[in-house]
Design a protein around this ligand. Sequence first.
Ligand code: C2E
Ligand code: MG
Ligand code: MG
Length: 755
Amino acid sequence: MGIIKDNKQYNPNTVNLVFSLIVSLIFTLIVVLSTSHITTKLIDQSRKEFDEYCEDMSSGYAQSVTLKIESYFSVLDTYIKTGYANNHSDKEIQQYINKIKHINHPDFMNVSFVNTEGIGFRQNMTLSDVTDREYFHKIVDEKFDYFVSSPIRSHMNDEPVIILASAVKKEDGSLRGFYSASIKLTTLNKAVESFLFDKDEWIFILGEHGKFICHPDPDMILKTYSPEIHDSNLLSSREITKIGKGHYKTISTRGTPVTIFLQKVPPTNWTLGLSVPDTFFYAFKQKENRYRFLIVILGIATMLILTFLEFYVISLLHRHQHIETIYDSLTTLWTRKHFEIEAAKLLKHNPNNKFMFLECDIRQFRYTYQNYGEDASDAMIFYFSRRLNKLAMKYNAIIGRGFADHFYILLKIPSVRKAMAIFKHELTELNLKTKDYEIPFMSKYGISFLMPENSDRADTIQQLIGQASFAKTTIQENLLTQYAIYNSKLLNRIREEKFIESHMEDALKNGEFYVMYQPKISLADEKIVGAEALVRWQSPKLGKLMPDTFIPLFERNGFITKLDFYVYEQVFKFLENQIHNNQPIVPISVNMSRNHSKPEKFMHDFLEIFKRYSIPSNLIQVEIIERSVMDDKTLKEITEKLHKEGFTVAMDDFGSGESSLNMLTKIPIDVLKFDRSFLTASTKENGEMDKQSAEFIQILIEMSKVLNKSTIFEGVETAVQRDFLRSINCDEAQGYFYSKPLTAEDFVEFIKVHR
Ligand code: C2E
Ligand code: MG
Ligand code: MG
């Protein structure tokens, strides 16, 4: 792209993109931050829920242990309720409990009756001394009704056990002794393990002094634990018993992060610990996490879609509001409107400088559009815009694009002479480039200059554009002139054209247009074989006008189609009149302007007029100009339609445009009417034919014969030319050598003489 502002290049697309990127980035950041904030909150929340859940679990386990212990006591209760101890001797009690040992709890290793002296009468009929045991003192000295001992080693077999003791009272309330039951810790451990739901959880139970009652590792039973290294996360078993309730995070003996939930186990003063690996938490929340992940993904997707929409809307708004008014969407150059604004500023701020203005376009662009389509045409415009922009940058010019292939360039110049020298040089270079393009093309330029003496510079840009674009329209179709400079002579042309435009409609109504006939002669026998109808304008104000002065203008403003049908009607009227009056006649050819591009409509209007007159259609030939806007397909269609109605068709000015001989094989044209330039170019100053050109013409005539086309040459002015054409078997000739265009009356006389 290229606009020049403070000698810097701004690309509207880049600006647009950067802006959208920044907005998207901010948006993304907000979404990411808020999502992560929400996610952390949610995770905290679920961690809390998880902790509560584990708390409940551990309390459940503690209750199970309590129940277990209660179930042990209820068995001892049964022993007490028998009342046997109250009226029997210690020995008898021993015998008795031995007899009813089947009521024991399956976890019991042994049951004893202990008297107040501390002698234990075991169920297995052995005796023991328990005066050294804590539980003995609790019951006997401290008057506890029941007690659960700390883990100890059994006197009987040295197994780690706990002892449950339940006091037996006499009727007067004094102590008779107590029943005690010993439970192996391995048994208790097994029972506790059976509570666990998951193999990865584990439970430990600590006795009062931090000794393990239950632990998955049997070696730890009856031992305490204190960490080898000092770490605030690692607690000794004594510290744990002191905490008693709640939870804390630590590292398990297996090295994995765990949370330990602590509970008291009534009626004992034990502490139960449930160790839950942290991986449980993730597993526990996996489903929620999955949803959360989904929410995050959805959030990001929504964000992306929104960002895309925002970008799309911004670029749409830009294109329609901003770009459309400032930048042209295809080339990204300034639009004509914006170019005019910037140009006006430039002119105003540099009142003492000379300026050159150029309006340019691509030659035969319409031809490209019709033959190659929109994409190829756009590509060509784009390519051309790049080339021009490069030049604009080189010379510090400003550039804009107008309608289709039109471009505007304005630059400061040191002098007209220097500017023109540079222009010509750059044009030659540019031509080399455009000729090398995949569809070779040429450009043409209208040029206007502004000198410092022109005072009011604010609205002069419109004038400069008007002048340059007018100058450009004066460029003839031949490829040799590529530019035209506006001057005062052209100004008169403008005035004349303005006048013509304002009078053309009236002129048509007032019959100021009339037709002249230029005979066509058969070269074989010099007899008249036809004529071409050529329009003239007899203006009361401007005098007699030749088609060259008004037809290009009428082609531009579209009036030519009206004039064409007017001429056709004059011709039909003339022929009908001749036939009616029994006067001699020859076929007449009429010119079809390049503006007729719709075969259907042309045929409809043409036939409508034609049918009003009773003349045979073979008296009419239609000359279609080679450089018309018609593409090959339309040309073929109209030729076929004319043929169907009995008219013949000639290709006018053949050789002046770009039609190939190849195209002629496809289109059933009857006559090839060779352009006058063939003869002017091949006739030397002394009037002789140039050998090489003559040979070229000969080949063309021969080829036309092969293609079965009749041939006629325009602009035959000399006998040499006539003789040459005859020698190469050209069929007909038209030109001043035989006759200039004649008025209707003179033409009738001409027929009479030459038929
Ligand atoms: P054209 O159709 O090629 O017509 C031939 C032109 O060559 C005529 O110019 C004719 O006067 C001129 N001419 C004929 N013989 C000679 C010669 O020996 N020497 C020279 N120097 N010129 C010769 P004219 O009448 O000025 O018309 C110019 C063009 O205007 C025509 O070229 C045609 O394209 C257009 N034109 C004329 N009448 C009409 C019309 O009724 N409708 C349309 N659409 N175009 C018309
Ligand atoms: Mg013609
Ligand atoms: Mg012609």
